[in-house]
Write a protein that binds this ligand. Sequence first.
Ligand SMILES: NC(=O)c1ccc[n+]([C@@H]2O[C@H](COP(=O)([O-])OP(=O)(O)OC[C@H]3O[C@@H](n4cnc5c(N)ncnc54)[C@H](OP(=O)(O)O)[C@@H]3O)[C@@H](O)[C@H]2O)c1
Length: 357
Amino acid sequence: MAPQTNIPQTMKAWVAFGSGRLRDVLQLKTDWPTPAPPKAGEILVKVSYVAINPGDPKMIAHSIPFRKVAIAGMDFVGEVVQVGQLSPTSATGIRTGMIVAGTVPMTSILRGVGSLAEYLVVPAHIVVEKPNGVEECVAAGLFGIVGQTSIVMLRTANLREGDRVLLNGASGGVGCILTQMLHGIGVHVTGICSSRNMDLVRRLGAEEVVDYTAHDDLYGHLTSLATSTGCRPFDAIFDCVGNDTLYYRSPGYLKIDGKYHSIVHGPLGFIAEFKFNHWPVLLGGIPRTYSSVFSNPSGSSALEVVNWFEKGCIKEVPIDSVFEIDDALKAFEALASQRTVGKIVIRVKQEAREHVA
Ligand SMILES: NC(=O)c1ccc[n+]([C@@H]2O[C@H](COP(=O)([O-])OP(=O)(O)OC[C@H]3O[C@@H](n4cnc5c(N)ncnc54)[C@H](OP(=O)(O)O)[C@@H]3O)[C@@H](O)[C@H]2O)c1
């Protein structure tokens, strides 16, 4: 397909001027310069939808050396409208007209690149072609950070069929995908969520669901689940919420050689790992391994998510809500409530229309 030539000189984009809270620094610009044509190995994407993540505000909150302005957002789906010169050995197969999804890589984020704009330039190797049978608004979430992080967590935990896993935050963006992948490899999942999400988490594949609002002593309840007749402690715990007490009390319900995996610390997770793993038991340390998981977005992780989807292991990606691009601040407020079920998505391309039930 011929490269699109009618690309406007300016575009709509949510731009952060400096660092801080989104509501203080983020502005909707309607005349922001469209990115320069893609260089070798890059593509220009006309964005349809952006899925937002709790990590998005964190990327704007912290000041990054030499970065004065930054476009918000990381996950996206959209149409490839220009392809930079590809090297003869390039095997990405990306061409104009293709609908692709992915996540802006950390190296681009550090330079102020973000997805919450009508056009975006990214390296061609970080995207995947959207498979048939998945709507664009769903693809924005699934093949972005939550899908890719679930892949990294599975790799890190190295589980086997029949293992027992406790998943805290099973109804959130990551939890909804991870529950289905764990179920897909035959792991017995106990999901933690509030009462309103119990049916969803069961439907996604959890054999057992614990309503954290229904127990005065949640940790005592988990201990009884792991020690009562016919039960056994968990082989691994995934924490997608950031509940330190769940870790402190884990000797009651996590096997002695089991691992506690947390995703909430981002790139500085090694500090939490050091703190939790090296404090001797005599001084109050916990005799269980703490592992901090950070997923650096990549095309290969996105491709693995596509494979899981095509194998039929990911059947449902709940879309919590869809906001228009002009209402992005409201979308981020909804995300900050920590009550998101699945994904919050922002429609960037006006003609795009989702058909989510
Ligand atoms: N390390 C990485 O690479 C990486 C990647 C992705 C995400 N993360 C981090 O992982 C965390 C989760 O991300 P996400 O996208 O899944 O978040 P999210 O979608 O915003 O999570 C919202 C969910 O959390 C649940 N929740 C809130 N409080 C809870 C509690 N006390 N106990 C159990 N569940 C609770 C809510 O369920 P109820 O309404 O039922 O309470 C809701 O469904 C964030 O901190 C994010 O920054 C890290």
